[in-house]
Design a protein around this ligand. Sequence first.
Ligand code: NAP
Length: 475
Amino acid sequence: MNLHTDLFIGGRWRPGADGGRFDVVDPADLSTLARFAVATERDCMDAVDAAAAAQQPWAATAPRERGELLRAAYSVLTAEVEQFAELMVRENGKSWADALGEAHYAKEFFRWFAEEAVRVPGDYRLSPAGDKHIVVDRQPVGVSLLITPWNFPAAMATRKLAPALAAGCTTILKPAAETPLTAAYVVEVLRRVGVPDGVVNLVTPVPPGPAVRRMLDRPEVRKLSFTGSTDIGRELLHACADTVVSASMELGGNAPLIVLPGADLDLTVEEALLAKLRNGGAACTAANRFYVHSSLHDAFVARMDAALAEVKAGPGLDRTHALGALVSVAERDKVAALVEAAVAQGATLVRGGHAGRTGAFYDATLLTGVIHGSPLTRTEIFGPVTAVIEYDDVDEAVRMANDTVHGLMAYVFGEQRAATAVARRLEAGMVAVNRGVASDPAAPFGGVKQSGLGREGGFEGILEFLEEKYLALTV
Ligand code: NAP
């Protein structure tokens, strides 16, 4: 496979100014896959210069033309979808099914926003005094810095690049240090289809903090779109305040999954497995806390246990493995420590609970008797651990579900009307009712409370990269 391991600035792949490199590691066997270029602050300033120089011509490019470039990128990724998926298996450790699923999801953002590029809404009104026409245009916000995490290395990049480019913004993409190869591949596809020089740039500063601060200090940078942890998001919001940069934030989650009395257990277990094990549990939307009504608790645990017993774990390049590796040994050890602490606090380990072979593997794990409010229920587990809490009263389940600073995703299983009523009471930007997966490029993705600001995908996603301009015209 032809890997791109350099920075992409002003339409050219190039090493960092001081020649530095960092290792990209395959978490399945801890081998070094590649040595990726470190971007110096000087490189990052060059990326801002390149994006700023390209901004005006890109904004002036016809929306149809911008849309067609995105559509071409979608077609290339469709033709190369297996290669795209393999890259994610290698640098992220995820299973083949998860990687292929992400590859399809990721490329859909190019198709969706190719269509949205030509549908940017404007507005026209007459003033109440009747003296003027109020015309509202929407124009690109300007140079956009896009920072993405390692857990969905393709989809988090395309979910930002596609709306930014559709809106007419130029971009600087900063992927996570664990997974720069997938991002570099997406950028190369955009180059291949003819996106003009400077419109897309890729930098990987190590450590990222100082260089990102300096980029945000540049007056040309008008937008930060960040996906990652709430702690770093909070820090970046402070940084944005200094230059009053518009910020969209997709931050951490702590999704509750509520099983109501009367839920269909076959459906619930089938979908709960998806909500828990998609991406090996390393998803901001992953079901983190399972609140199961006492009338179904024992049956649910028995069925979940049986289902988890069938989950084959191992390296993702073997397509029969449903559960891949975590992204790093550090992540694996974090998951193991959370499980050990829960058991020390009295939880029962029904299944799993150990790190497997060499590499960053952790068993599919099931715990019951987990205490609401314990670290396991307050932390994003980001691993294949099902933590079950039994409840008797639905109001109490709703209270516990909402008892978190996060509010990204929630799941409810039960009879349709009862489940929908509970869904409306949950403090989350997204609620899946009798479903284990909700993500869709056509839907607005995002959280409330400390899970974020703004939405990605849907009709809303492009608006994050546009701002209103009001023209007052005399009647
Ligand atoms: P993270 O540590 O916050 O890192 C995310 C990105 O921010 C990476 O590119 C990282 O670069 C960069 N970064 C780290 N410190 C920075 C700083 N001081 N200044 C500027 N950038 C900085 O998150 P992660 O561990 O990669 O990802 C997991 C988190 O992302 C979880 O909390 C998960 O819930 C969240 N997430 C949210 C969504 C959503 O849509 N809401 C989706 C996916 C993931 P380096 O890699 O170089 O450190």
